[in-house]
Write a protein that binds this ligand. Sequence first.
Ligand code: PMT
Length: 404
Amino acid sequence: MTDPLTPLAGKQILLGVTGGIAVYKSVELLRLLKKAGAGVDVVMTEAARQFVGKTTFEVLSENPVITDLWADSHASVAHIDVASRCDAAVIAPATANCIAKMAHGIADDALTTTFLAVTSPVMLCPSMNTDMYQNIRVQRNLDILEKDGVYILDPDDGVLACKTVGAGRLPEPWFIFDRICRMLSSKDFTGKSVLVSAGPTLEPIDPVRYVSNHSSGKMGYAIARAAEMRGAAVTLVTGPVSLDPPAGVETVHVQTCQDMADAMLSKMDGADIIIKVAAVADFRPKKQESVKIKKTSGQDEMILTLVQNPDILQRMGQLKRPDQFLVGFAAETNDLAANARKKIQKKNLDMIAANLVGAADSGFKADTNKVTLFFKDGSQKEIGLMDKQAVAHILLDAILVQVS
Ligand code: PMT
């Protein structure tokens, strides 16, 4: 059973490297895989070695690099050994030539021969000039591979080494790494649709000032990422934060409570599980000035009138169907259990995750959180202080028990 937090620990990855300028990114990918506890076997084409020598891969992988079917001792068949022992295989970068050979089962070098013997999940990361990538023959070969069950990671858009601007860049190593983790994660949320809200809302006073709070989005983004890794179709509605949207997640950016209410309510119908992590501003300025409010001389104070925002979670609790599972978060500075239980009742929730805010290692902004889960049947489960990604997985485990 794969640990959702460390899906690569103890796994064996086969890394194929073909000849493109992006080979330098494969070196970093190899480093990330090793750091995550995976064993890595590398197989390189001759063209790949024109860009980076095999010694770099050998030193970092701590394994011999396969480059030639005839170079090894014939007492064992190295390329078959590495193909059969891998838990997942990835080719990064994958050239048009390699893609064409893979699509048609051609095995005329060490890399294509090795990959033909792989029975575990395979990911290809195409990387080439935009015109080559968009060529109908390359696209046709990618379609064939995709239909065969190979996972194709789309290249990024950007300025390429040949100065072309367009699709063809190898995605960043951390992103390829993230997708490999997903390949190896157990998919216990397959078929489930999860709607998550995250971050603060921002309520304008005038064009340059606003009312908001300290939410960084880390807790909500961790839940969205964990659910996507576990196979859910995830939509994330997020207030303004400085985090990258999680891969594979439909992300909707909003600003105010009203924007968030509109987005959440419009997505609610299609969701099986709704997790409302966002720190919504309870109040907004009664009047939003269209020009910057000026300070007048002799003015010692300014009175800002606030009016109540709609309570999105409460509204969702009223609208919720019996087959939907609704989770709230409670940010409390005191009386955690009593306040959390009140919110379960008042907002018609199935579960609430209560965290103490105000401590440096829990709640807003921190990388860790200390959460207690309260269920509508009166039971509760304490989660010790841990990384927000770990909290996310435990919370999802608890939801799965309730919805299965
Ligand atoms: O983003 P981070 O920096 O990682 O911090 C995480 C967090 C502390 C923001 C998160 O763990 C958390 O506690 N989120 C809920 C914050 C909050 O608004 O709590 P509350 O007790 O005020 O609200 C209870 C619930 O009602 C929440 O699910 C909230 O989303 C919802 N609500 C509140 C007000 C409102 N107008 N509409 C709502 O939907």
